[in-house]
Design a protein around this ligand. Structure first.
Ligand code: SF4
Length: 322
């Protein structure tokens, strides 16, 4: 039997075209994983369902029990967004919910809570934000959510093999950018779009994230990371909606990933996770950094939100606590 492994979108689509038992990206991911690990598809799916549970817990923790981190850079915004229910809202109900959830997961990460890296801890809010908001607002089944997660994994596999998830190598395009592509494909799959359209939505999402700087203030995975995830999930949804409308990327997914690598090679080290450029070195960024690492830790950042005993997520960008 020929191999079911794929490391490019072209190969993924070829496998789906050649095998009668593969109709979706989720099918192809399951087949590849089964071939690689000998685990049965039911076991793999059950494992994904466990991750969904961890994601829900991460949302719940910060949405229902908000707290500022010790740095005071983040905390409480998921609840704030949840309680923001004006008569006119720029966001649709599903997008509004997704932004709350993305904020919540990232606030939990900033408090060193348990999250699922997707693909990294610094970009952990986007995939769960999109999938779980879609499930709740559009009444999707748990199986559809697992399919979404498997689809996002398929996009991740291709990027992992051809580019990077490392902000130190590729800036935030490699984290939040990749996550928007994974989420966009997942949401497209959950609403029943073809594998081609799922990959197209991933292309649309990733293209618009090329060159995104990694410039965390004080080296903490809080600012701009937390809010960037919330806007990232809205970005993923816009890309998925455009793909559903039949709008196509002029550049196919594999070439967008290649372009991401090219941009990474041209990015200055100052905006690749060193906190030596971008927002980190603005006057405010410097003042905050000095405050956090100086004597007055956490006393002047948020005048109306005193710090709590929650730790901050320094250097947790790439690794999940899950
Ligand atoms: S640490 Fe850098 S790459 Fe990670 S989310 Fe924050 S800005 Fe993006």
């Amino acid at each position: 039997m020929s191999s079911r492994q794929f490391f490019s979108a072209a190969k993924l689509l070829q496998l789906i075209a050649q095998h009668d038992d593969l109709t979706t990206i989720a099918d192809a991911v399951l087949a590849a994983e089964h071939e690689l690990t000998s685990r049965q598809p039911t076991e793999i799916r059950a494992n994904m369902a466990i991750r969904l549970t961890v994601m829900r817990d991460a949302i719940s923790q910060s949405l229902h029990n908000p707290a500022r981190t010790k740095s005071t850079l983040s905390g409480g915004d998921a609840k704030r967004m949840h309680e923001h229910t004006p008569e006119h809202n720029f966001l649709s109900p599903v997008m509004h919910r997704a932004t709350q959830y993305a904020l919540a997961v990232m606030e939990t990460n900033a408090r060193m809570g348990k999250i699922v890296a997707a693909p990294t801890a610094g970009s952990a809010g986007i995939v769960p934000g999109g999938i779980i908001a879609l499930q709740e607002e559009w009444h999707m089944t748990e199986d559809q959510c697992v399919d979404g997660l498997l689809t996002s994994a398929g996009i991740g596999i291709i990027i992992a093999h051809n580019a990077t998830f490392s902000a130190a190598k590729g800036g935030c395009q490699a984290e939040v950018g990749v996550s928007t592509a994974m989420c966009s494909a997942a949401l497209s799959a959950m609403r029943g779009l073809s594998p081609e359209r799922c990959l197209n939505s991933a292309s649309l999402a990733l293209k618009n994230m090329l060159g995104l700087a990694c410039d965390p203030i004080a080296g903490l995975v809080e600012a701009p990371c937390v809010k960037r995830n919330a806007i990232g999930v809205a970005h993923a949804m816009t890309s998925a909606e455009m793909s559903a409308a039949g709008i196509t990327s002029n550049v196919p997914f594999d070439e967008v990933v290649e372009a991401m690598n090219n941009v990474a090679a041209n990015m200055h080290a100052n905006i690749r996770e060193t906190s030596k450029g971008g927002l980190a070195v603005t006057p405010t960024g410097k003042r905050i950094t000095k405050m956090i690492f100086g004597k007055n830790l956490g006393t002047a950042l948020a005048k109306d939100t005193p710090p709590t005993a929650e730790p901050s997520a320094q250097h947790s960008c790439h690794y999940s606590q899950a």
